[in-house]
Ligand binder design. Structure first.
Ligand code: XIL
Length: 377
């Protein structure tokens, strides 16, 4: 990008932020959504909480995205104050805004098969004399209610999230699944979603990655998917979360050792089962990268570009979602701070909503991608 063009874009962003203009027309056109759409790909990001309350951020999202996923508002912890009631307010507000802005919506997540992220009441609930039946009733009532409320505005659901323990390769258990068995719980979640949304994309979503240390996680996800397909469980796609960068923040060089060959073999096996691929939660965990913003942003961008080129080389990959657009609202800021105490820079726009090299990298990856047959309107 030329200096002039960047100056214009930065100027546009600043103008829009200060003027409160409804549309950031000068901000980074063509939009990421338009670049993606030209290749049959949907691009989007998360929304929710404090960022959703910021009008300039909503405007940035409406301008750059074709799709939105509530960051937390459709999770059990947000929707379910207790075993009987639902609180749809936060999710409804995001879906209503998305529809007004002409954006599609993804649903995340109908079941988080990981105890830590399920509401406390699921652990203390009285499962009664027939705990298996009660666990099934709770799960079915939840998924049926949520899917019927949001489909067809939501045409793609993360049905099950993070069911695999990456260290052992075994399935996680939750307070619900310990009565039913993890496998039966996962099957029931998909069948219930399918019954309520006959045409929706039904996704298993997880964070296995191309890092060389992730072989056990990849293998376990493959075994899970093979089982689902073999049993006729209606999964249609794998969501690859894509929180890039090593989980070891002390990784001495760059973003950790990668195994591209194993990763392609993994993706080949997944697509070989007839499943589609989505990049569902892209961001870059930049802890081991230099403090200086210039080199850090360049490495984040180069890593993003290489990753997206690989993912988009699969025609089955038609959705790319960032887990936030601006560094200001990244969940990674709090999760594991950088050792130098500086804010992390994991996303395509900086804290003031100015585009970063990562934005150019995503745009370039879309521009370079082969066109594919869009499966969504
Ligand atoms: C994260 C949210 O971003 C945080 O705000 C929340 O505190 C925890 O969850 N994988 C997922 C997402 O599937 O739901 C997670 O989102 C990030 C990791």
């Amino acid at each position: 990008m030329t200096v002039d063009r960047r100056a214009m874009i930065l100027g546009g962003a600043a103008l829009a932020l200060t003027s409160g203009s409804a549309r950031l027309d000068a901000m980074s056109t063509p939009s990421l959504a338009a670049l993606a759409r030209a290749k049959g790909i949907r691009f989007g990001s998360t929304m929710g909480g404090s960022n959703f309350a910021n009008p300039a951020y909503r405007t940035l999202n409406a301008a750059q995205c074709g799709l939105v996923v509530p960051e937390n508002a459709m999770k059990w912890v947000a929707l379910r104050p207790d075993a009987r009631n639902f609180d749809f307010r936060a999710a409804d507000a995001i879906v209503a805004w998305a529809r007004r802005a002409g954006l599609g919506v993804r649903g995340h997540t109908l079941l988080w098969q990981f105890e830590r992220w399920m509401p406390e009441w699921t652990r203390t609930h009285d499962y009664g004399a027939n705990p298996k039946a009660e666990a099934a009733r709770l799960l079915v009532a939840h998924i049926d209610t949520v899917v019927r409320r949001y489909a067809p505005a939501v045409d793609s659901f993360d049905v099950v999230n993070e069911a695999v323990d990456p260290d052992t390769g075994l399935l996680h258990e939750t307070a619900l699944s310990k009565h039913l068995g993890a496998e039966a719980t996962i099957d029931l979640a998909f069948h219930t979603a399918r019954a309520a949304a006959p045409r929706a994309q039904l996704v298993y979503n997880d964070f296995m990655s191309w890092q060389s240390y992730d072989g056990r996680h990849r293998d376990a996800v493959l075994r899970l998917l093979e089982g689902l397909v073999k049993r006729g469980t209606p999964v249609t796609a794998l969501g690859v979360q894509s929180h890039l960068g090593s989980k070891y923040s002390e990784a001495p060089t760059g973003l950790g050792a990668l195994d591209e060959t194993a990763w392609r073999r993994f993706l080949d096996e997944v697509t070989g089962m007839g499943l589609d691929l989505l990049v569902t939660e892209l961001d870059v965990h930049d802890n081991p990268l230099p403090s200086a913003v210039g080199p850090r942003d360049r490495q984040v961008a180069a890593h993003t570009r290489a990753y997206l080129d690989l993912m988009l080389s699969y025609p089955q990959c038609r959705t790319v979602m960032c887990w936030g657009l601006s560094d200001r609202y990244s969940w990674l800021q709090e999760l594991r701070p950088r050792p130098d105490g500086l804010p992390k820079r994991p996303l395509p726009y900086d804290a003031a909503f100015a585009p970063k090299p990562m934005r150019d990298a995503i745009a370039a990856a879309f521009a370079a991608a082969a066109p594919r047959k869009a499966t969504f309107a």
